[in-house]
Design a protein around this ligand. Structure first.
Ligand SMILES: NC(=O)c1ccc[n+]([C@@H]2O[C@H](COP(=O)([O-])OP(=O)(O)OC[C@H]3O[C@@H](n4cnc5c(N)ncnc54)[C@H](OP(=O)(O)O)[C@@H]3O)[C@@H](O)[C@H]2O)c1
Length: 316
């Protein structure tokens, strides 16, 4: 039996991530998903029916509902910013799938609104709560100044929904839909002073869809040091590969697919990643909403998410 003071949630979108969040909120004693809005009536009514929630075809009506305290946004990238702004204007707390927005002005306006209205604005970046991220952050803090961080991801296929993902109009550039590779690095090193970009698309059609890409970004961080990201997708490689390195003045931390290692003049050691339980992003958001009743919300995550889209949107 849910109590009377639980947080009432509306979810927008009825695809993979909407279901992902819904099944995590559903068993919680302190939260209740009361409504689902989606343009897809079939999946929307099905998801709502499975969880005793109301289906609303139009998301504008969901954000206006007085019985809803928090809105979870799980639509495609092209609509995040608009829905975030509408939800904050309606005084709702917001949890939005990454990216925060596909326009920097919308992202900035969202942060201002959240500050002015004392609403929680959290972006669904799982790195923020991962033990690996915390261990890397601590180790980076011990190894001096950043010289270079580099990230490479090569992906063979085009995913289950290439018409959505490999589509500049819906998802934005690869740097934007792979923003979860940018977010943690911004959380470590802050914003960029300058960004250089390169993007090549094969089979690009007028509606924004394409078959294959290579997208690179090079940033100079405001605090010094260089960051480089390379993504290539739809390429001839058997399995996805990822390489990541942090080169600092006193040592290098890297993962070339065989786990994280730290190299210093004293030798090579595996990075110790603690096994401590972490709150889920959903639980974190709910606890932030409860805290926001007595104090201004902590918007640090939203600030990092905004710096991350400043970088990803420079790749357009
Ligand atoms: N945090 C993570 O680990 C993670 C993982 C994957 C994806 N994501 C992000 O999560 C978001 C959703 O991805 P997904 O995989 O859940 O996509 P999905 O399965 O295609 O679901 C998107 C849902 O939103 C609906 N929708 C899209 N635009 C809408 C609009 N303007 N108004 C109303 N409904 C709309 C879609 O309707 P239709 O069925 O009609 O298209 C669909 O129900 C994306 O931004 C993606 O980048 C995050």
């Amino acid at each position: 039996m849910k109590n009377m003071t639980n947080i009432k949630i509306g979810i927008i979108g009825s695809g993979g991530m909407a279901r992902h969040h819904l099944v995590r909120f559903a068993p919680m004693e302190t939260a209740e998903v009361v409504a689902i809005a989606s343009r897809n009536e079939q999946t929307g009514t099905q998801l709502a029916g499975e969880h005793n929630a109301v289906f609303i075809p139009e998301w504008h009506r969901l954000v206006q509902r007085e019985d809803i305290n928090g809105v979870v946004i799980c639509t495609h990238n092209d609509s995040h910013g608009e829905i975030v702004l509408a939800a904050l204007r309606a005084d709702k707390h917001v949890f939005v799938e990454y990216p925060l927005a596909s326009d920097v002005g919308e992202g900035e306006a969202a942060l201002r609104l959240a500050e002015d209205r004392g609403r929680v604005l959290r972006v669904s970046h799982p790195e923020a709560v991962s033990n690996t991220h915390k261990a890397l952050k601590q180790k980076i803090g011990e190894l001096g100044d950043l010289l270079l961080t580099s990230f490479v991801r090569l992906t063979p296929g085009r995913g289950a929904r290439p018409e959505i993902l490999f589509n500049l109009s819906v998802s934005g550039t690869p740097a934007h839909f792979f923003i979860y590779h940018i977010y943690p690095i911004v959380d470590f090193f802050g914003g960029a002073a300058s960004v250089k970009k390169n993007a090549v698309y094969e089979g690009l059609k007028e509606n924004g869809q394409y078959d294959r890409f290579v997208n690179t970004l090079t940033v100079e961080f405001e605090r010094g040091g260089v960051g480089q990201w390379t993504w290539a997708g739809g390429v001839a490689i058997n399995a996805a590969e990822e390489h990541e390195r942090y080169v600092l003045t006193d040592g290098t931390i890297s993962d070339a697919g065989d786990g994280w290692h730290c190299t210093t003049p004293a030798g090579v050691t595996p990075l110790v990643i603690p096994d401590s339980p972490q709150p889920t992003l959903q639980k974190l958001w709910l606890s932030e909403i409860r805290d926001a009743a007595d104090q201004p919300p902590n918007l640090e995550d939203a600030r990092v998410a905004l710096e991350a889209i400043r970088i990803s949107l420079s790749s357009e």
